[in-house]
Design a protein around this ligand. Structure first.
Ligand SMILES: Nc1ncnc2c1ncn2[C@@H]1O[C@H](COP(=O)(O)OP(=O)(O)OP(=O)(O)O)[C@@H](O)[C@H]1O
Ligand SMILES: [Mg+2]
Length: 90
């Protein structure tokens, strides 16, 4: 997997305690970016639903900001060392 620290916001626009109005480069904005962790994992298709359920089970606090899962297709994976491709390269 790959883990990165990033800045982000969701539907609450990063506002945590009431209205936060900031002036960025002369523009008033209410968007506030919060530090988050982004995890990327390329997995076999058949594991996707199990992983979604496990993340929901472990990460859901029932509060805003729990995070989001985005699913997208990967065209190909190649392990450079061996030349293995597809699921064998994961
Ligand atoms: N539509 C989006 N596009 C890109 N990144 C997003 C999007 N929605 C959320 N994120 C990322 O996910 C992080 C967590 O989002 P968050 O869980 O607050 O989503 P939400 O839609 O506000 O849901 P909730 O109402 O449960 O808080 C954000 O800080 C941002 O990095
Ligand atoms: Mg949110």
């Amino acid at each position: 997997m790959t883990v990165a620290t990033i800045m982000g916001c969701g539907a609450q626009k990063g506002i945590v305690d009431g209205d936060v109005v900031r002036v960025i480069k002369g523009y008033k904005t209410t968007i506030n970016l919060l530090p988050k962790i982004k995890i990327e994992a390329v997995v076999p298709d058949e594991s996707v639903e199990d992983i979604i359920l496990k993340i929901q089970e472990k990460c859901s606090s029932d509060h805003v900001g729990d995070g989001k899962i985005f699913i997208h297709n990967i065209e190909e994976a190649i392990r450079i060392r061996t030349g293995e491709r597809g699921d064998k390269a994961l």
